[in-house]
Design a protein around this ligand. Structure first.
Ligand SMILES: [Zn+2]
Length: 348
């Protein structure tokens, strides 16, 4: 795989020789991760059950209705704080608001994981747990920080300005806040759900892999799970899930190292009526918040737009001043939200 040339613009990843160590690292983990079949909370675990228990297990849990309006409002609220650049006042206030939102949604616990990273960047991960005692868990995550520089903006004068990050950041969090509301307010899914709103994803530099996804790296190195507690059986990352008419291909790392989870989520998309949005093509390989979880042995996938018709990679608003609310698509948020909720409540 090293040396493969990819058409997609990565957040930082290229597949030149310097990436060999990284690829091997992941590949070593891959064998152990590929074994179990994942099919959402209600299936996939091989354990013997009595007929009565099997009947109970087969009871249908109804999938709650995802509100695109709520998701859009969640995105607008984040953007209203201003750019959520780590260390800024807007970032701190948004982080507090996010923690409050998870509590209000009914999370059993909300933990704020703080650290000062090597270069002095203050990091604050927000971690809410639903049905925390449940041994079967799904982890959902999205980054809430925004890129400090619109370095892909067509106008050079904008390239040192911070972005609104309506799509790159706020969209994934918006979907997860609405998902949290549904989990906490109605019928609970059979599995526990952890929601991680992760920090310091998007302050990276091109060509420096480890400078991206730093909040996720920290979290994966310091996971707040008890010693006897099983790790989540799957992790689903939402990143840039609000682009206009966005289509989601199978991100390459996800497909390579967590294919059963990709299959299950794409199946949920079909069930939710969004097979037009979730296509079976293989998309680009993205250095993103899922990689630290793959390295930690958790099958993790990235739902991200990487095959935009106009750019051949990310949405055209990526890391530009145009990544604003005007360019956010409620129908895309809805397709992704309904897919994720269907996956969690998977009643097959
Ligand atoms: Zn970004």
């Amino acid at each position: 795989m090293a040396g493969t040339r990819l058409h997609v613009r990565h957040k930082s990843l290229n597949f030149g020789g310097v990436k060999n160590n990284f690829i091997i690292n992941i590949a070593i983990l891959a064998g152990s991760m590929m074994a179990p079949a994942m099919s959402g909370c209600s299936g996939g675990t091989a354990r013997s059950v009595t007929p009565a228990a099997a009947e109970t297990k087969a009871e249908r849990v109804s999938v709650p209705q995802f509100s695109a309006d709520s998701a859009m409002a969640n995105a607008a609220s984040q953007v209203a704080f201003g750019p959520r650049v780590p260390g800024s006042d807007a970032h701190r206030r948004c982080a507090e608001w996010l923690g409050d939102r998870l509590k209000a949604a009914g999370a059993d616990t909300v933990m704020i994981q703080t650290a000062t990273l090597d270069d002095g960047t203050p990091m604050r991960n927000i971690f809410g747990r639903f049905d925390a005692g449940n041994k079967r868990r799904i982890l959902l995550l999205a980054h809430y920080d925004t890129r400090p520089w619109a370095d892909e903006d067509p106008d050079p004068a904008n390239r040192t300005r911070p972005i609104d990050g309506a799509n790159d950041g706020a969209s994934g969090v918006a979907v997860l806040l609405e998902t949290a509301r549904l989990i906490g307010s109605g019928e609970a899914p059979r599995c526990g759900v952890d929601i991680l709103l992760v920090d310091v994803e998007d302050s990276g530099n091109s060509g420096e892999d480890d400078s991206w996804a730093r909040g996720s790296q920290y979290f994966a190195d310091n996971m707040p799970y008890g010693a006897t507690e099983p790790l989540p059986e799957a992790a689903i990352l939402l990143d840039m899930v609000g682009g206009r008419d966005a289509r989601f291909c199978r991100e390459m790392f996800s497909q390579q190292y967590a294919a059963p989870v990709v299959d299950a989520v794409w199946r949920a998309a079909r069930e939710a009526g969004h097979s037009d949005r979730f296509t079976d093509a293989i998309g680009g390989a993205v250095n993103d918040d899922h990689l630290p979880f793959l390295r930690a042995g958790i099958p993790a996938i990235d739902i991200i737009e990487t095959t935009n018709e106009q750019t051949g990679s990310f949405n055209p608003t990526w890391h530009t001043m145009a990544d604003n609310l005007d360019n956010l698509d409620a129908a895309t948020l809805k397709a992704v939200g309904e897919t994720v909720v269907t996956y969690i409540y998977n009643n097959k």
